[in-house]
Design a protein around this ligand. Sequence first.
Ligand code: ZN
Length: 380
Amino acid sequence: MRFCSTCLVPDTRPNGRFDVEGRCQACTFAEQQGHVDFEQRLVELEERLERLVRHRRRHRWHCIVGVSGGKDSHRQALWVRDRLGLRPLLVSIGYPPRQQAEVGPKNLSNLAALGFDCLTILPGPVTSRQLVRDGFLRFGNWQKATEMALFSGVQQAAIARHIDLVLWGENPALQVGDLGSLGVDMWDANNLRNLNTLAGGDIDWFHEVLDDRRSTTLYRFPTHLELERDGVNTVFLGPGWSDWSFAQNTAAALLQGFNLRSDTPEATGDLYGSCQIDEDWTIVNGMIKWFKFGFSQGTEEANALIRAGLISREQGVEIARRLDGACDDAYIESFCTYIGLSLNEFWGEVRRWVNRELFDIPSTGRPVPKFVPGTDLEGS
Ligand SMILES: [Zn+2]
């Protein structure tokens, strides 16, 4: 296990790679950001958007912005409307009632209060629960289907509503280092379907889980052909945005009425309670991700702060050590109740996914890391 020389991204990260100096894609990207002429980029973005919305200037909505109600969504919606001068329809794919945390609808209501039109699409609760359960048992990742819905549902809405422009925030190929989603240029998000969460996102396994009467449309990313037929273009805003960052987005959203989680970083693994706040089981998945790859939310947040120059790598290591893998028992218990597993069955499943080169598995209790974040682990 090797770590980026600048931040704490390990080489176990799917779809990532290091340059010859041992830096990850995201750090190389962050460094390049300092040399980018953002005024020029913004002009480029505005010209591109002007070409794409010219024919629908008189329509009620110029574009769709996919939102979760989170901090990035707040910032993005406001930027699209107030900086770019577009009228967006905000589309969010929600969670079924048993999964939804209270703060999620509060934040969506806040977006509505800020004057946005919001469309929330909820998955069928029976289908959703079944896919959550099966995603966990099959892939050790309950979010497998949900993440597909988050992206696919927004593109589906574009087709259904005849709105042919969809805007996303950051380009993960550049910013996070997910190379699978590179498009023809940095603005092009038409390859979003290749994003790691969607890649291998075939939904054949759904048919082994669900009976045929259940609709799976929400989970199916439209084909290139369908999107082309309806002329849907998908564009990343991130490359034209000089101060898109974890810290800036959180601060900007808070100033606009965004609500944080009320539980502690030790319970959630989230330093400020500002990430993935609309339900609790992402925290369970974060813990499993840690067992699989040796990093989770603590590392992600530390990395963002390191790249922003707000903390040192050493301070980042402390955050990662303190928060990676954190998950309060209460979230595990509510997750088990939801999918109908006992705690013993849950841990039996989780153990199957633990990377044994990175973790020791004691006879009782949670797996214990053999590594320290940021320090290469030999022989793994
Ligand atoms: Zn890095």
